[in-house]
Structures are given as structure tokens and as C-alpha cells.
Design a protein around this ligand. Structure first.
Ligand code: ADP
Length: 483
């Protein structure tokens, strides 16, 4: 069943290589997670098509690099405007393939478009440096050059934003791109290519291939023509692919899994903290890498907080994201739901108390009730692994030192959250948390203007912001000797 679109041609069942829409003999089905019903297919491509796409990106690179920053910026701005113009269609398509509520999908489209706008603006500010010479006859100039062909692999949880966050800075810097979107959500990516073409992105500058992830991934991580590999997805796959990149010393950016602690101190504004959990834990049905994963609540307010959170969670409306009132869509697939079930069962078996939710919903969609658990032990799966689902597990703590130790006891280091009214504590705890991003009295931290990324095993590099362009340029020194 195709979703209703004002512009039906935004739904493409073909890949995009060297400026042409390409099909294949075999296909891959894309389904709507809310209904389990097929939307359509995309080509099942492999190594041969990946190599063709790399060749196209490689051939297109010199001319794209040679354009002025302003010319590249003008094209990116047009692409941005087209995304906003067709925002409702892009959102409908996204909800159909990914499941998130339509309002959230529309929000993601604007968030995704904002990266194109931001990096169009940044394109003209990729400045170098002049350094006083190291001898009387020496002059030193440093320039920033595009790295070359960029290969990108992106996940299904943000089918548009994870693409523009990489492609925006890559194109702004003068790089060309081969992208493999997640097989579960390829239509958002392909619709972006339709609009990129309309915006004037030249052929070969952006290529999108769909199909066999390991076969395509093998080419993208080993082909010597690819200068840089950028990945957002799970930690094990990221490690595997980063290792393959070592053979040709590719520049590597990784945005991997998190295990975000969400800390509520006794002096927090309770309503704000509850709203923060709803925003951070339940957005995208808990399927974001910065979702609160472990919720630590201080002794003095623990019971009051648990009660208010449960009341707020009970009000969340679960359903098909295309239905207007929905606040919680389905999980992406049955496998994702199985993991959530296992985490809830494990917590309960270890003595946690189920306050609300806790079960799958009947029917074809992969729905799970928004859930609150209290008295979750710190060795439960809920605290040790990324749940990626709508389950808030509460852990009681007593002292600041204790909760900092608990929060940092993980190999992940993406996002953390803390709620307190004590200014000194915000600094103390904010600095002590070993994370790339810390939300202080807020559950929403993502924006194109701030750097996004993790420390420890959550990744390498930063996306968005003035820092986001750095991953796509090489620094070159020009050393002059004059007479
Ligand atoms: P998730 O658990 O979010 O699905 P994955 O890491 O499996 O995370 O998927 C993120 C992206 O990585 C997707 O585009 C997927 O197709 C891709 N991917 C998964 N396994 C491989 C692999 N072996 N080689 C290349 N890409 C892969």
C-alpha cells in the first residue's frame, strides 16, 4: 500500500547512480511497521553497483571540488528549500516506512533540512590559516581541502536527518558521496535524491544504492577510491566496518550506540524532569541513540517522581503514526520488539516492579505499551544495554558521587541528562559525566547548530555545528621559500 502523497513521484523504487534511476533484477520489500503491509520494493544491489557508484562519485569529484563555495552553497540552499516545500510528503513517506508519528516525522524533515541550510552557510567559511614563516625566507599557508569520495551508511531511526547530517557537510566541503541507507527505510533517502536532483546537484555527486548491506559495505570500506567512511548505526557493525577501513587508511567517523543515564536530583523541578523523560525516553518510541536508557532518581523524590512519570506515560496515545492523535508509533520490527520484551522480562525477574505497560499489543504492527518499571537493579539488561524501546526503568540512588559512578560505568559515552536546580551541581556533574553531550534540565539536545557525537565506544567525530565540516576536509600545508 503506497502512502498518499501530493507528489507521487517522490516515492522511488529505484536506486540513484550517476544521475540515473536504476533498477535491478531482484528486489527488497519495504513494509510499514504499523501494519506489517508492504509499501513497495527497492532494488537488491550488491558489490557491482556499489563499485559503479564509487566510480561515478570519483569521476564527479574534480568538477564539484572546483566549484566555488558559493555555487555549492546555492545548490544546497535550493535543496533545503525543496525539502521544506515538500515537507508534508516527506513526512508521510517517513511515517509509512519508519512508524514514527506524523508530527514527529514532519519535525525530523525540518531538522534534516536544517543541516543542508546550516552547511550551505558554512560552505563559505571553510577558512585556512597563515602562519608566520619559520625562517626569514619561508612563508606558510594552510588550506582545507575536501577529502574526496565519501561513503556513508545510515540507520532507520532517523531516515532523513542521519543522511543530511553527513551529506550536507560533505557536499558543502566539495566531496562527493555514495550513500547506502538502511534497508528498512530507503524511501526517505531516495526522495531526498529526487529533490537533490531538482536542486541542481550534478550527476555523480550524490549516489544512493540499496540492497545487500554486507556486500555494499565491503566495497565502501575497502575501495581505495573512497577517502572517507561515515557510519551511524549499531556499535558492533560500526566496529566491524571501521576495522575494514584500516586497510586503505580511510578517514572514519562513527556515531554508534549510547546508554544514556538520566539523573534526577532531589532539588529538580519534578514536572520538568517528567517532561524531560517523556521527551528523551519516548521520542521515536524510544528508538534514538540519545534516548534516556537508565533513569536514576534520588531517594527524597523517588516515589513522587515515579508516580508522576507513570501518570504521564499512561496518557501516551499508541497507534499508527499516520493517524492524527498518535504519540507513540510501533517499534521498527519484530526483532526490535523481542529485545524490548527480553529487557522487561529480565528486569522483572531480577525484582523490578512493573508500574504501567509491559506488554506487546495484539495485531500485525510491532507495538509495545509505553512502560514504567521501578526498583530496577543496576545489573539488569535495561541498565547495561541500549533498550531502544518505550521502557523507562527507574533506579534509586542516594549520593551525587554514587550516581556519577553508576552513570559512567559503561563503555558507551554518547548523551547524558541531569536535572537539578543547584548551579554548582550542574557544573560538577556536567563535567564529571564521561559523555559527548549532556542535557541539563532538558531532554532535547539535538540541533544542527551544536556538535553531536560521543566519547568512549559511542563513536569518533562530531556532526552538525561548526565542527561538523572538519570530518570532511584534509588540512594541507603550503610552504613557500621566497627570494
Ligand atoms: P540497527 O541495529 O540500528 O539496525 P545496524 O548497525 O544493523 O543498526 O544498521 C545500521 C546500518 O548499517 C544500516 O544501513 C544497515 O544496513 C547497515 N549494516 C548492517 N550490517 C552491515 C554490514 N555487515 N555491512 C555494511 N552495512 C551494514
Amino acid at each position: 500500500v503506497r502512502p498518499p502523497l501530493a507528489r507521487a513521484d517522490l516515492l522511488r523504487e529505484a536506486a540513484y547512480i550517476d544521475g540515473a534511476w536504476v533498477t535491478a533484477d531482484t528486489t527488497l520489500e519495504v513494509t510499514n511497521p504499523a501494519t506489517g503491509v508492504a509499501i513497495g520494493t527497492v532494488p537488491m544491489m550488491g558489490a557491482a553497483e556499489a563499485e559503479r557508484a564509487v566510480a561515478a562519485a570519483s569521476a564527479a569529484f574534480p568538477a564539484w571540488k572546483a566549484k566555488s563555495a558559493k555555487e555549492r552553497a546555492t545548490i544546497l540552499k535550493r535543496w533545503y528549500a525543496l525539502m521544506e516545500q515538500h515537507g508534508d510528503d516527506l513526512a508521510t513517506l517517513m511515517t509509512a516506512e519508519q512508524g514514527k508519528p506524523l508530527a514527529e516525522a514532519r519535525g525530523e524533515v525540518s531538522y534534516a533540512a536544517a543541516f543542508l541550510e546550516w552547511f550551505a552557510e558554512e560552505a563559505r567559511r571553510i577558512n585556512g590559516l597563515t602562519i608566520p614563516g619559520h625562517a626569514a625566507d619561508k612563508r606558510l599557508v594552510v588550506v582545507q581541502e575536501p577529502v574526496g569520495v565519501v561513503a556513508a551508511i545510515t540507520p532507520w531511526n532517523f531516515p532523513a536527518a542521519m543522511i543530511t547530517r553527513k551529506v550536507g557537510p560533505a557536499l558543502a566541503a566539495g566531496c562527493t558521496v555514495v550513500l547506502k541507507p538502511a534497508e528498512l527505510t530507503p524511501y526517505s533517502a531516495l526522495a531526498l535524491a529526487v529533490l537533490a536532483e531538482e536542486a541542481g546537484v550534478p550527476k555523480g555527486v550524490l549516489n544512493i544504492i540499496t540492497g545487500d548491506a554486507p556486500a555494499i559495505g565491503e566495497v565502501l570500506t575497502t575501495d581505495p577510491r573512497v577517502a572517507k567512511f561515515t557510519f551511524t548505526g549499531s556499535t558492533p557493525v560500526g566496529k566491524l566496518l571501521a576495522a575494514k577501513c584500516a586497510g586503505t587508511v580511510k578517514r572514519v567517523s562513527l556515531e554508534l550506540g549510547g546508554n544514556a543515564p538520566f539523573i534526577v536530583f532531589d532539588d529538580a523541578d519534578l514536572d520538568k524532569a517528567v517532561a524531560g523523560v517523556i521527551a528523551s525516553k519516548f521520542r521515536n518510541t524510544g528508538q534514538t541513540c540519545v534516548c534516556a536508557n537508565r533513569i536514576y532518581v534520588q531517594d527524597g523524590i523517588y516515589d513522587a517522581f515515579a508516580e508522576r512519570l507513570a501518570a504521564a506515560v499512561k496518557k501516551l496515545v499508541v497507534g499508527d503514526g499516520l493517524a492524527g492523535e498518535t504519540q507513540q508509533g510501533p517499534l521498527i520490527d519484530g526483532r526490535a520488539r523481542d529485545k524490548v520484551i527480553a529487557h522487561v522480562e529480565d528486569a522483572v525477574a531480577r525484582g523490578a516492579h512493573l508500574v504501567t505497560g509491559g506488554h506487546s499489543l495484539p495485531g500485525a504492527g510491532s507495538f509495545f505499551e509505553p512502560t514504567v518499571l521501578t526498583a530496577v537493579p543496576t545489573d539488569a539488561l535495561l541498565c547495561r544495554e541500549e533498550t531502544f524501546g518505550p521502557v523507562a526503568g527507574l533506579v534509586r540512588f542516594t549520593t551525587e558521587a554514587e550516581v556519577i559512578a553508576l552513570a559512567n560505568d559503561t563503555s558507551a559515552g554518547l548523551a547524558a541528562y541531569l536535572f537539578t536546580r543547584d548551579l554548582s551541581r550542574t557544573w560538577r556533574v556536567g563535567e564529571a559525566l564521561q559523555y559527548g553531550m549532556v542535557g541539563i534540565n532538558t531532554g532535547l539536545i539535538s540541533t544542527e547548530v551544536a556538535p553531536f557525537g560521543g566519547v568512549k565506544q559511542s563513536g569518533i567525530g562530531r556532526e552538525g555545528s561548526v565542527y561538523g565540516i572538519r570530518d570532511y576536509v584534509d588540512t594541507k600545508t603550503l610552504c613557500f621559500e621566497i627570494e
